[in-house]
Design a protein around this ligand. Sequence first.
Ligand code: ZN
Length: 454
Amino acid sequence: MLIRRAEVDGIDGIDVRIGGGRVVEVGAGLARRNGEPTVNARGGALLPGLHDHHVHLRAWAAARSSVRLADVRTPAEFDRQVRDAAARADGWVRGVGWHESTAGDLDRHRLDALTGDRPTRIQHRTGALWVLNSAALARTGAAGSTVDGIERDPAGEPTGRLWRADDWLRERTAPARDPFPATLAALAAEATRFGVTRWTDATPGRSDAETDALAAGWSARYPELVVMSPPGTRTDVPGLRRGPHKIVLDDRTLPSPGELAAIIGESHAAGSPVAVHCVTAEQLVTFVAALEEAGPVRGDRVEHAGIVPPGHAARLAALRVAVVTNPGFLADRGDAYLRDVPAPERDWLYPVRSLLDAGVTVAAATDVPFGPADPWVAVAAATTRRTGSGVVLGPDERVSPATALALFLTDPDHGGHRRRVAVGQPGDLCLLHTPLAVALAEPSAEQVRAVLRD
Ligand SMILES: [Zn+2]
């Protein structure tokens, strides 16, 4: 295929030839070969396809068939939405995005009053917690289960709150036929609309069965897929590339730096870099100390780096550990941060500029479905750092739109290598309607004209 008259690296009038899945020629005035399909870029920018470096495909698929509670403003609004969902549902009621700061505290009793006998589960905005009503607790056998994470009252009865028990819950709520493969096609179509040609699925604790389910639903026409996987799980799945070992830190069960260093060391010894989830200051401080003790390997990453206290950018740079940040949260959750995050830490939220200045490799991700699915929303948010209500969070951390876009073209797993449209590079490309400077004046997925894969 010949793409004509594109803007490549800021230069207009460039032709790009793709063959065998790779870019084979880049230059002005390439002659069209007999029968070669051509695309006239009409001066639009040609970029490498975007890589969304941290997504959760199964949760994203499930979120599409759930009631979205993220925009609820009051407890009464929450009650109304959940009650309406119960009236519509013919099986489980499933809600996502609940947060106590707007919708109020939640346990089985409040849910029982809303949905009665209909089994109901509501996920906390962070993904760390599910709340079940009594019908759902009965159906899943939670009262008699010994699995970790089932919160109980002093009498030993489940409160309805289940912490990080997703696998356990999924096994007990799965429909007879898994709808995931069909939904994956819809997710791929949506990603294509955004110019995404590569996903890294960051779901922790992935089993071989989960990898098989992904592989079974995946097609070569979908974005290329990197799957984070614990050491010891299978690697030989066609179409899928193995990613680092995802480690989730939780303030309620935070290991000591020494304990975490041992876990990291084991993973490194098994040949797997680590991707460590750090959203609070405590988690990041613990992780940095642990990695200093264990010693880093190429490909180690911090997921989110939600709060980076002073001094830690330099330590991350010295460790050469990449940060995969989520600027989209500033737009989506910024006003909740203003309410919930104490004043000094607010300036340390989801930094970008200070990390880059310190020499840290920074890449970006949407964390869909926990953040907005559109990477261009994240690009805009990294540029303005504006919350929904218009407050600018950490103005010194703003970056130019070009720098923000580059966060989706940077490879955190290979030393921060920046992908480019160049000979030998994969033929996974994103063509915009306009030159880059025009597109970035108002970053939006509307600017994406076409995506080429292989
Ligand atoms: Zn995540």
